[in-house]
Design a protein around this ligand. Structure first.
Ligand SMILES: [Zn+2]
Length: 169
């Protein structure tokens, strides 16, 4: 089950990149089936200014990142470091970020408390999927500007880092 810290976060979640939303649902299903924990979404979209203030490098403003924690059905926070490590290993193995040394799922504290940070790359994850499916004509590509692309790109956000790939906040 997925909870949202605030109504605003729930509304923002709807605007995120479809791949990161799907991935969160998959993670939430795994977490529930293995531990009967829920997940609570604590942060989704940010303005570039908010992101910078939190030490981010511009990935939350693109709609490709979600912060969350484990919780119970009363939305009380759950800490489980052993399972956190297991979950990160599993997700990062099954769904690699696909660029550089960056991870799809990490657990960190950048000043606002410990939390998971889930992210997808701008289009490389899709390229990996395309290769897996044997597609070479780019039909499934989500490159900026292609039909159906709903992803905010860094270029559309004034002052954003041009190619934000690392994670912070
Ligand atoms: Zn984050």
């Amino acid at each position: 089950m997925i909870f949202y810290k605030t109504f605003e976060e729930q509304q923002e979640f709807k605007q995120l990149n479809i791949r990161v939303k799907a991935l969160l649902h998959m993670v939430a299903s795994m977490v529930w089936s293995k531990k009967r924990y829920c997940v609570i979404v604590t942060d989704c979209l940010r303005t570039t200014e908010e992101d910078k203030a939190l030490g981010g490098v511009g990935i939350h403003p693109t709609g490709r990142a979600i912060d969350f924690n484990f919780c119970d059905l009363n939305q009380e926070r759950i800490f489980d470091s052993a399972f956190s490590v297991q979950l990160m290993d599993e997700i990062n193995t099954v769904i690699p970020y696909g660029y550089g040394h960056y991870k799809t799922l990490i657990f960190h504290d950048v000043g606002a408390g410990d939390h998971f940070h889930l992210q997808v790359s701008r289009n490389r994850s899709t390229e990996i999927l395309d290769k897996t499916l044997g597609r070479t004509n780019g039909q499934a590509s989500d490159k900026p500007g292609s039909p159906g692309d709903q992803e905010a790109t860094p270029e559309t956000i004034k002052g954003a880092v041009r190619e934000p790939e690392s994670c912070a906040a």
